[in-house]
Design a protein around this ligand. Structure first.
Ligand code: SF4
Ligand code: FES
Length: 367
């Protein structure tokens, strides 16, 4: 339970079904050490977890990865989420999932599909995904989503190499039939931190991108919803990461560890509980990791007495730890943090570098 009282109501569940993935994206924010296939939760375990989540009041589950299409029991897992009464969103790279599967998944109860694209330019998509033919596969899968009558969201991770093509990426999302597009700046956790110097945009690029998004929202009003958040390294205020630690959502790793956020395992000293050992309700209400940064008692100045502490919750704990070595400090993305200047300094120094990218998987065929 929080030091401030009752645990808040859980709303969303990110189910990382597997860490396996055919792509090799440089901006992958999954951890450096991936869960092995032999350790993945099986169908009966996910079925139990979905029911426990529904009993806790969870409304929607995001079936994610890695690439969830790598799970041979994806249809049965989807059906289990549906039977538990959850709104079910599949998050896929579009590679490793046969287009013919879309009708089957819809019949199993799938409600929504999010397909990621790396770029608008086919050759750049294949290069960034480190997978020949990735663009063509993504196009085919997006078409199958629409043909199956499912709502489609397109997700574009933007970085220094593609940020100038935001308009083209939004145009591509519209042409694919999406009703929503997410412009998500790369987050420097896990593998992506290794590639920060390749990925971080210049200040001028970030400024132009923000202008482009304002323009595109007007130009495409009524056609597509554009979700976008300013990149942390040039932000004035931090984002309310995961809606606040232990406030709204949970991540379950392929092997069953329950985390308050995607990168929580990068913060040392936290004790995570597993769905293999505990009921989800006990984990949400009582596990040490969830209560570590719940509420506001853990906050240090200037967050502790800030009027925005219940709006952004001090920003991102994982970013505070990654950059400052203390997860209880304000996220340096906040201009009230005494360390705010370091983000601009890092971005300024690294965005001018010309260095090689490290793709996620050395086994993927090079493009
Ligand atoms: Fe948010 Fe803390 Fe900055 Fe206030 S000082 S705006 S609570 S990060
Ligand atoms: Fe962990 Fe932001 S990614 S709190």
């Amino acid at each position: 339970m929080s030091a401030d009282g009752e645990a808040p109501r859980l709303v969303g569940l990110l189910a990382e079904l597997t860490h396996r993935c055919p792509l090799g994206c440089a901006y992958c924010s999954n951890p450096l050490a991936l869960d092995a296939r032999k350790d993945e939760l099986g169908l009966p375990e996910w079925t139990r977890v979905f029911q426990q989540a529904a009993d806790l009041g969870v409304l929607q589950v995001h079936l994610s990865g890695g690439e969830p299409g790598a799970r041979r029991d994806l249809v049965a897992i989807t059906a289990a989420a549906y039977k538990a009464g959850l709104y079910t969103n599949l998050i896929t790279s579009g590679v490793g999932l046969a287009p013919e599967m879309m009708n089957t998944l819809r019949e199993a109860g799938l409600d929504h599909v999010q397909v990621s694209i790396q770029d608008s330019d086919p050759a750049e998509v294949d290069r960034a995904a480190h997978y020949p033919g990735a663009f063509a596969r993504k196009q085919r899968l997006a078409a199958a989503v629409i043909e199956a009558g499912l709502p489609l969201t397109i997700n574009c991770v933007v970085h220094r190499g593609n940020i100038k093509r935001i308009a083209e990426m939004v145009g591509l999302a519209v042409s694919l039939g999406a009703k929503r597009v997410e412009i998500a700046h790369a987050q420097y956790y896990g593998w992506a931190l290794r590639n920060r110097a390749v990925l971080v945009p210049t200040f001028e690029q970030a400024r132009r991108a923000a202008e482009a998004i304002d323009y595109l929202r007007l130009a495409y009003r009524g056609q597509i919803v554009i979700d976008a958040v300013a990149p942390d390294y040039y932000a004035r205020w931090p984002k309310p990461c995961v809606g606040g630690w232990g406030r709204r959502s949970i991540n379950i790793t392929p092997s069953g560890q329950v985390l308050p956020c995607h990168a929580a395992q990068t913060v040392p000293g936290l004790e995570f509980w597993s769905v293999r050992d505990h009921d989800l309700s006990a984990i949400w209400n009582r596990s040490p990791a969830f209560n570590a940064f719940r509420g506001t008692q853990w906050m240090k100045e200037p967050c502790r007495n800030c009027e925005r502490r219940d709006i952004d919750f001090g920003g991102c704990r994982c970013q505070a730890f990654a950059l400052l070595g203390d997860a209880a400090l304000p996220d340096p993305a906040c201009h009230r943090s005494p360390h705010h200047g370091m983000l601009r300094e890092i971005a300024g120094a690294e965005s001018g570098q010309d260095c090689g990218v490290v793709f996620r998987r050395s086994g993927a065929p090079a493009v």
